[in-house]
Design a protein around this ligand. Structure first.
Ligand SMILES: C[S@@+](CC[C@H](N)C(=O)[O-])C[C@H]1O[C@@H](n2cnc3c(N)ncnc32)[C@H](O)[C@@H]1O
Length: 239
């Protein structure tokens, strides 16, 4: 852990950072979350009756939403703090979400080609090894006509301005930064390509006037791209 007293900033390993963030994560006025949701829903489509893997599920923002929409969800994360929040919120549901504590740098504990949708929201910028990560997304997803992988990430242009995932700890008053990786767009595209995935959709989302007016933290990013979205598919397997 590195503490900078002058800046009141703590740089923490990713897992420890999210354990600390967990109790206040859902209350954050996060412009990425605000801008992302409708686009993500459109890319995922109707999930009723589908099997969905939520990779890096955090406090269950998507796991719960997709389970309520009729999907059977398996949700992975390595932060006990984030998972505890997700499990508490899912307690009154009918068990349609299976939570697994797992470090995504290791092979996922999930069978080959078993999911109709594989989702990973706002996680990639914490993953140092993109090649094995994309290979695992591909391995667990059904192939082209049935399966789709949808990923969102903080736009790399944010890191060029020195912005990365962070929050203000209400106890210490410190800005806490879970460790992030400064990937470029080409790093994501090339890792997906090396995994053998096809890029089906890609979009970049700047802050517009509407978002800036309803989300104060977004105002300083007006006109600047803050979110990158991709939908990927596995090629059809030839027997
Ligand atoms: C910004 S949060 C996003 C959570 C959720 N997907 C959402 O969109 O609300 C990033 C999540 O990725 C998880 N994460 C980051 N690196 C991970 C790793 N190597 N293994 C497992 N989870 C990881 C963190 O614990 C955290 O819950």
């Amino acid at each position: 852990m590195v503490i900078s007293p002058a800046l009141k900033r703590e740089d923490l390993p990713t897992r420890e950072g999210y354990d600390r963030w967990a109790p206040t994560y859902d209350a954050d006025d996060n412009p990425l979350v605000a801008i992302e949701q409708p686009h993500m829903d459109a890319l995922l489509g109707d999930v009723r009756g589908l099997r969905v893997a939520d990779i890096g599920c955090g406090t269950g923002r998507y796991a719960l939403r997709l389970a309520r929409a009729g999907a059977a969800v398996t949700a992975l994360d390595f932060s006990q703090g984030m998972l505890n929040q997700a499990r508490a919120k899912a307690a009154e549901m009918d068990g349609s979400i299976k939570f697994i504590e797992h470090d995504l740098s290791q092979p996922f504990p999930l069978p080959d080609r078993s999911f109709d949708r594989v989702l990973s929201a706002l996680v990639l910028d914490h993953i140092p090894g993109l090649d094995p990560f994309f290979a695992e997304l591909k391995r667990i997803c059904k192939s082209a006509e049935k399966g789709a992988i949808v990923v969102s990430v903080m736009h790399p242009a944010m890191m060029l301005r020195g912005t990365q995932a962070r929050f203000t700890d209400p106890v210490s008053g410190c800005e806490v930064r879970p460790q992030s990786c400064p990937h470029q767009i080409s790093d994501y595209i090339m890792a997906a390509s090396r995994a053998g995935l096809m890029l089906d959709q890609m979009s970049e989302h700047p802050v517009d006037e509407a978002l800036a007016s309803r989300c104060p933290r977004a105002q300083k990013y007006l006109g600047w791209p803050i979110l990158l979205l991709m939908r990927l598919r596995s090629p059809i397997r030839l027997q």
